[in-house]
Design a protein around this ligand. Structure first.
Ligand code: HEM
Length: 476
């Protein structure tokens, strides 16, 4: 255990809610988990709700989040709260725990090294060119598109190409897209269902059993997971077969699947078994798709509200790229574009809350955190902490221009989390969002529909509810 001062014998309890307040809170959370939780706890640094069978504490101050994710991280582990994801992801990196996670993280981390991320840049530009081609073909001066849908398709195309390289045909990627969005919709639906959560407070009721309370949906969900599995199995089998050639590559570089299949355990020299490869592939698809899509969607909307920031973006991409698509090396030459992406990640972090189970009693902000409680680190509020971020609600990419990081506490900006269980795809995602944003901004300006402001929907990731219609304007 890390060096944490011995706890005083008695510690005050964090403010809690009576049964009526609790019922009202749960009712509100049904419709909109993010905003109802945020409004509920914004003014209390540490809060708690004693749900039967599911005690929870909420925190958001940067110093408190640092304690959970860094200074006393051994006391805060991923618990059964992640089992819902596990029903689709199995034991991939996002959901696994203990020794299995440690071994897999060691195997997977090198696959996201800078040199590999550089090799994935053609996947990023290739997918963007495909989307821009589709937009170019739309009729009318100012075509309207659902930007959330378009960014979802784009992000999935990128991660699919990075994973499977040359083998990802349009047909295969369409199957992946259809089953993946159905899986996410079902996980989101279960996450919002009070019946699903209430059932799990009963002894012996696992996530799997609670999901069966929604039998029709559950059958469809199983069907979608099976469809995705069939595609993944087929792609992996083809790659393993000698005739398929383990060398199917992306621009001469190994893709993520080739790297996964080639990874060997340092101690045993063993490759991953087939089930583990499947779980990691599906994890990459899920972890790398909605997050990136949501970041880009919010970014286009924020830019449409801030004409000066958007003009500066257009000026930067025109000057640096001069009409060609952005590549890996350009990310560093585009400081404003990169600052725009980060400011969007600050205001609308796709992963807006992190859940950790306390192993032993601890104290946060002077309050008792009992063993067994689930600590919700609400990053949405951390990123709007008024003591760290002047005028926190304002979209201001200047905050992220080079050299400004030093002014902030270490855990004030955590879109990729921090510490051992931080995002393994961080470098990939930062390069990807910058390359995609720059390449699109060269060709299009996106205008918002004032009658349809986005409604945040924070069930799994922080999406826009019901999509986000915007108008495309072709640039000179
Ligand atoms: C803007 C895009 C992204 C954001 C904001 C993001 C954010 C995060 C966050 C906050 C976590 C920690 C989750 C937790 O503790 O519950 C995480 C974990 C993870 N992310 Fe990302 N992510 C992004 C893109 C990607 C991409 C592109 C990939 C892979 C292709 C990826 C793969 C993963 C994996 C495998 C984990 C689990 C790591 C572990 O527990 O060891 N992510 N991500």
């Amino acid at each position: 255990m890390s060096a944490v001062p011995k706890l005083p014998a008695t510690l005050p309890e964090a403010p809690t809610r009576g049964p009526l307040q609790l019922a009202a809170m749960l009712w509100r959370m049904r419709g909109d988990p993010l905003m109802s939780l945020v409004d509920e706890v914004r003014d209390e640094p540490v809060g708690q709700a004693r749900l039967p069978g599911f005690p929870m504490h909420t925190i958001h101050r940067p110093a408190h989040v640092e304690q959970v994710l860094l200074t006393n991280h051994e006391n805060y582990v991923k618990g059964p709260d992640y089992d819902l994801f596990g029903t689709a992801l199995g034991q991939g990196l996002l959901t696994s725990r203990g020794e299995l996670w440690r071994r897999q993280r060691q195997l997977v981390q090198p696959l996201f090294a800078k040199r590999h991320v550089a090799a994935f840049a053609p996947a990023m530009t290739g997918a963007t060119e495909r989307l821009l081609g589709e937009w170019d073909a739309l009729p009318g001066e100012r075509p309207r598109v659902d930007v959330a849908h378009a960014m979802g398709g784009l992000a999935l195309d990128v991660v699919g190409r990075a994973l499977f390289g040359a083998e990802l045909t349009r047909e295969v990627s369409d199957t992946v897209a259809t089953s993946m969005s159905a899986i996410l919709a079902e996980l989101g639906g279960a996450g919002r269902s009070s019946l699903f959560w209430a059932a799990q407070t009963l002894p012996g009721v696992t996530v799997e059993r609670a999901l069966r309370l929604r039998p029709r949906r559950q059958r469809r969900f199983r069907g979608d997971v099976a469809a995705l599995d069939a595609v993944v199995e087929e792609l992996v089998a083809r790659r393993r077969a000698p005739a398929g050639g383990a060398a199917a590559t992306l621009a001469g570089e190994p893709d993520l699947l080739a790297l996964l299949l080639g990874a060997r355990d340092e101690a045993t020299g063993q490759p991953m078994d087939a089930r583990q490869v499947r779980d990691e592939v599906v994890t990459f698809l899920l972890a790398g798709y909605e997050t990136t899509a949501s970041a880009l969607t919010w970014m286009w909307w924020l830019l449409a509200q801030a004409p000066a920031a958007r003009e500066r973006l257009h000026a930067e991409v025109d000057a640096v790229l001069g009409g060609r698509p952005a590549g890996f090396d350009d990310a560093e030459r585009l400081p404003w574009t990169s600052a725009v992406v980060k400011e969007a990640l600050r205001l609308y972090p796709p992963v807006w809350v992190l859940l950790r189970r306390a192993v032993e009693d601890d104290a946060i902000g002077g309050y008792r955190i009992p063993a067994g409680t689930t600590v919700f680190s609400i990053l949405y509020l951390t990123h709007r902490d008024p003591e760290t971020w002047p005028d926190p609600e304002r979209f201001d990419p200047e905050r992220f221009l080079p050299g400004r990081d030093a002014e902030r506490p270490r855990c004030a900006f955590l879109p990729f989390s921090i510490g051992r269980r931080s995002c393994v795809g961080r470098a990939f995602a930062l390069t990807e969002t910058t390359v995609l944003a720059a390449t699109i901004a060269q060709r299009y300006a996106l205008d918002a529909d004032p009658a349809r402001p986005p409604v945040p929907d924070g069930t799994l990731t922080l999406r826009t509810r019901g999509g986000l219609p915007m108008t495309l304007r072709r640039r000179g």
